[in-house]
Design a protein around this ligand. Structure first.
Ligand code: ATP
Length: 363
């Protein structure tokens, strides 16, 4: 069981006007863990983080930090470090003064502050930049200053809300690794908000996936990717083929709309005859010349390290497969006749997506 360093116990947040931003959130975070809140815009990630920070108050439920209820503890007494997308640095202060700020307001002795600022500057690799003003730094450097400022008072818990959102892709990927290294080195507990599933998979110990204010699934990156519990998670994390169909028997045989009968693993509680969405990762699609549903190669897209292949089956399904470069048979050619199949273990029969619920809609 996860140690409850941070615990959300039945936390709900309803804003004036009846917006259900967070619904009955139950989540435990262990000391030293890196947990990411992942979800589309408006799914309740930031509101959950703001309640933990103390800037929003839960409508119901409570939040514990290290066994203590945060119910009546104001933000500045929670001892939590925060980093936002907007760096929120003070423009008139130097980098060193910005980083020192949390210690200055805590009235720490000058020697201790100087020492801590030096260490924090080293940690984010800005050793020589202490005398500059924020305007004299690049976006990436400013974000490092914000990071150093959040870490300088050695908080046991650090919250980050889309901290890399304003950076270009290359710098973002670099900073992802750097934040991961800093987390490992300091052993701090980190809660990170992003809508970028790649970022979540790369950085996190565990990922909590939000949708419409509800937690959909919590798990290790590999678990969430390999074993999604809902069709939303299968669609949101990584790429997947999603086929609408009807469950035909208890072994997981699904009749896909259009008449293709394929085996799947029943994940969602489904009665025989229930509508379902079958989800298959593109790298788990098997292409063959003699085994599976007949079709033709409709599209081949070269991606350097892999090839994306779209097969249009005779049943009318577009099936998307991913093949590693170097493992592409010569018969996978544009327009070639080809057959597609998958193992039951690689296909997950999940809840029906809204547009997959009635057979009529698909006709
Ligand atoms: P984003 O990635 O866009 O920040 P999010 O997943 O963090 O999205 P939240 O910001 O937590 O989502 O918002 C959840 C819901 O609550 C949204 O419908 C949002 O419009 C609403 N909401 C957020 N803050 C307020 C507020 N102060 N008053 C009213 N509604 C709000």
């Amino acid at each position: 069981m996860t140690e409850r360093f941070v615990a959300f116990d039945g936390v709900t947040k309803t804003f004036a006007g009846g917006v259900h931003a967070v619904r009955d959130l139950n989540l435990d975070i262990a000391r030293g863990e890196f947990v990411t809140f992942l979800g589309p815009s408006g799914s309740g990630k930031t509101t959950s983080l703001m309640m933990l920070a103390g800037f929003e108050t839960p409508t119901a439920g409570s939040i514990l930090l290290d066994g203590r209820s945060l119910d009546r503890l104001p933000p500045y007494h929670r001892g939590i470090g925060m980093v936002f997308q907007s760096y929120a640095l003070f423009p008139h202060m130097t980098v060193a003064e910005n980083i020192a700020f949390p210690l200055t307001v805590r009235r720490r002795p000058r020697a201790e502050i100087e020492d801590a600022v030096r260490q924090a500057l080293d940690l984010v690799q800005l050793t020589a930049m202490g005398g500059r003003r924020p305007a004299q730094l690049s976006g990436g450097q400013q974000q490092r200053v914000a990071l150093a400022r959040a870490l300088v008072f050695k908080p046991p818990l650090v919250l980050m809300d889309e901290p890399l959102g304003a950076l270009d892709r290359q710098l973002r990927e670099h900073m992802q690794i750097e934040i991961k290294h800093i987390h490992a080195r300091l052993g701090v507990t980190l809660v990170y908000v992003t809508h970028d599933q790649g970022e979540a998979l790369t950085m996190s110990d565990r990922i909590a996936i939000f949708r419409d204010g509800s937690l959909q699934q919590v798990g290790l990156p590999g678990e969430v990717y390999e074993r999604p519990l809902t069709s939303f998670v299968a669609q949101f994390v990584g790429e997947s083929n999603q086929f609408a169909g009807t469950l035909r028997d208890v072994t997981g045989l699904v009749e896909l709309d259009g008449g293709w009968r394929m085996p799947a693993t029943i994940v969602h509680p489904l009665a025989i005859g229930a509508r379902t969405t079958v989800s298959v990762r593109p790298e788990r699609i098997r292409l063959s010349r003699d085994d599976g549903a007949a079709g033709a190669v409709q599209e081949l897209i070269y991606h350097g390290d892999h090839l994306r292949v779209v097969v249009r089956t005779d049943h009318g399904h577009a099936v998307f497969a991913k093949l590693l470069a170097g493992a592409v048979p010569a018969w996978v050619r544009d327009g070639a006749a080809i057959r597609v199949s998958w193992d039951a273990a690689d296909a997950r029969a999940l809840d029906a997506l809204p547009n997959h619920t009635t057979e009529e809609k698909l006709q």
